[in-house]
Design a protein. Structure first.
Length: 153
């Protein structure tokens, strides 16, 4: 019985120490996680600037065209073709989803895609032929002056 009385306070003390260590560990983990996310966002922003520079340098016949491999995030695969009109690019997925939803509400066959550099692209039109893409782009540029043509592999 005396052993039980002695073991009970010791075990309570050990369990309470573990709780404080767990809280400290979780706090340190959260701080490290936030720091890593901040570093990743900074790297993605640098990548975005580089990609933007590359896209701007590939101007042909008055329109910007870039070739990328993209992955469908939201929308229907049937709304994607070889030539797609990109109206906006985002690093932040929440912002991209917001514009995607707005385009769907306005009746556009919008698609949200992501490239290998983790940039989100909002596509509102897609077609098989370059001439059609140029024609559509000139119309879209009235509302979205920074729109450009994405050429899929």
């Amino acid at each position: 019985m005396s052993r039980f009385v002695l073991l009970l306070p010791v075990s309570l003390l050990l369990f309470s120490c573990c709780k404080s260590n767990e809280k400290a560990y979780n706090a340190a983990y959260q701080k490290l996680k936030e720091k890593n996310e901040e570093i990743a966002l900074t790297e993605r922003a640098k990548t975005a600037e580089t990609i933007s520079d590359e896209v701007i340098n590939r101007q042909t016949s008055g329109s910007i065209k870039a070739t990328e491999v993209v992955t469908l995030i939201l929308g229907e695969e049937t709304h994607l073709s070889k030539y797609s009109i990109v109206i906006k690019s985002f690093i932040n997925k929440t912002n991209a989803r917001s514009l995607y939803s707005r385009m769907i509400e306005e009746g556009h066959p919008a698609v949200l895609v992501q490239n290998k550099e983790l940039m989100y692209r909002i596509i509102i039109e897609s077609c098989r032929y370059e001439q059609d893409a140029d024609r559509i782009l000139s119309k879209v540029k009235q509302s979205w002056p920074d729109a450009w043509i994405l050429v899929r592999f």
